[in-house]
Design a protein around this ligand. Structure first.
Ligand code: PLP
Length: 398
């Protein structure tokens, strides 16, 4: 028999992954061009040409024993140094290689830091809607995830007051995801200051350390010049988790890092423990070739303009149909209100028009759906008649 914990996790499964699999089956049945799959955050823009070239060059030019061998569990020192210097240049931080641990994507990094920080029963806060995998990651280490709703009437911006009310002596961390999956909202500087003030005050009051775990796979995907604040500047006890899955379109390659600043409480203890967590969770180290690759591609950028075109096409198209959408400032997701408030029904009805997107229940926020627009612009255009037909079914835009 499998463990009771895994029975629970298996039951909950992942609606997003299930939808992705269903999309592939539907494409076989109806023809790929007749299925509009907006389910998964799998970037459709190819990795920059330099990425491909560097993979070839590294494989050709590097001593294979060295390239494919084990290294420090934290990653290659020269790679961590290059990452630290790039962050210092861009965000005015003062990281050294000691502060950087290379990880198996953001998911790997989150598991490493949660294993490092959590005792059973410790609480981790997150603003909902949120990436539902956080619940599994926290449960992996017998922590308790507590959702603090970010409300539609606040434009899905988090509230300092609600955060303050949710904190208890057991609160170990707040996971902050900016730009946000699934809403596409960016938390601006004044919001970060508000949250940081609340956390500072609560730490003083309770005599505890409460860490922000800043989950930043979408950092570079910001539109109209929106700034994504670098959280360590506003709050000392911040640990940054980053990934190149979205920023360089490398989600299958599994590469990211944790940045743990010297200013954080128990910084060196956390760094040492996180390196061990990376090892004993079975990652051992981040993939060697991918480490070498990202160190050569720190200045490379994905085609944000292409996502921006998709963002506008989808937002304009859907609002013209009569759907109510949050205008996204970042990431590549459109957050849309279910016309009658029933997101499950909205997903089912959309499927009848060969449109696939994910219900808000998968983000702890029923009543909405998430439409991932990291797809071809052509598919967005082709999907519009189907969206129009769906809108008519709901009595919108008559
Ligand atoms: N965090 C958020 C908010 C995400 O949306 C994702 C992936 O979609 C991840 C973490 C995991 O990313 P990675 O592929 O780097 O593990």
């Amino acid at each position: 028999m499998i463990s009771r914990k895994m029975i629970g996790m298996t039951k909950n499964g992942s609606a997003i992954r299930a939808m992705f699999e269903e999309g592939k089956k539907m494409a076989e049945k109806f023809g790929a061009e007749n299925v509009y799959d907006f389910s998964l955050g799998n970037p459709n823009i190819p990795a920059p040409e330099k990425v491909r070239q560097e993979i070839i060059d590294i494989a050709r030019e590097t001593d294979p024993m060295e390239l494919h061998g084990y290294m420090s569990n934290a990653g290659y020192p020269q790679v961590r140094k290059a990452v630290a210097q790039s962050l210092n240049r861009r965000f005015g931080t003062s990281f050294s290689e000691n502060n950087i641990i290379m990880t198996v994507g953001a998911a790997g990094g989150l598991n490493v830091i949660l294993k490092t920080l959590l005792d059973p029963g410790d609480e981790v806060l997150v603003f909902s809607p949120y990436f539902l995998e956080y619940g599994n990651y926290v449960a992996n280490f017998d922590g308790i995830l507590k959702a603090v709703p970010a409300l539609p009437e606040d434009g899905f911006q988090p509230s300092g007051k609600a955060l303050s009310e949710a904190i208890t002596p057991k609160t170990k961390a707040l996971i902050l995801n900016n730009p946000n999956n699934p809403t596409g909202v960016i938390y601006p500087e004044d919001k970060i200051r508000e949250l940081a003030d609340v956390l500072e005050e609560k730490q003083r009051e309770l005599g505890t350390s409460i860490y922000i775990i800043s989950d930043e796979p979408y950092r570079e995907l910001a539109y109209d010049g929106a700034q994504v604040p670098y959280i360590t500047k506003y709050y000392r006890n911040t640990i940054v988790g980053y990934s190149w899955s979205k920023s360089l379109s490398l989600p299958g390659e599994r590469i990211g890092y944790l940045a743990i600043p010297d200013e954080a409480d128990d910084s060196q203890l956390i760094i040492d423990a996180a390196v061990i967590a990376n090892r004993i969770l079975g990652f051992v180290n981040a993939p060697s070739l991918q480490q070498r690759l990202v160190a050569e591609c720190l200045e490379e950028k994905t085609d944000v303009d292409a996502y921006d075109r998709n963002r506008k096409a989808l937002y304009n198209g859907l609002t013209d149909c009569g759907f109510e959408c949050v205008y996204p400032s970042g990431a590549f997701y459109l957050w849309v209100k279910a016309p009658d408030g029933d997101d499950g029904k909205f997903v089912t009805k959309a499927k009848e028009h060969n449109i696939l997107f994910v219900g808000g229940a998968s983000f702890a926020c029923p009543g909405y759906v998430r439409i991932a627009y990291c797809v071809s612009n052509d598919m967005i255009n082709r999907s519009m008649p189907a969206f129009k037909a769906l809108a008519v079914e709901y009595g919108l835009n008559k």
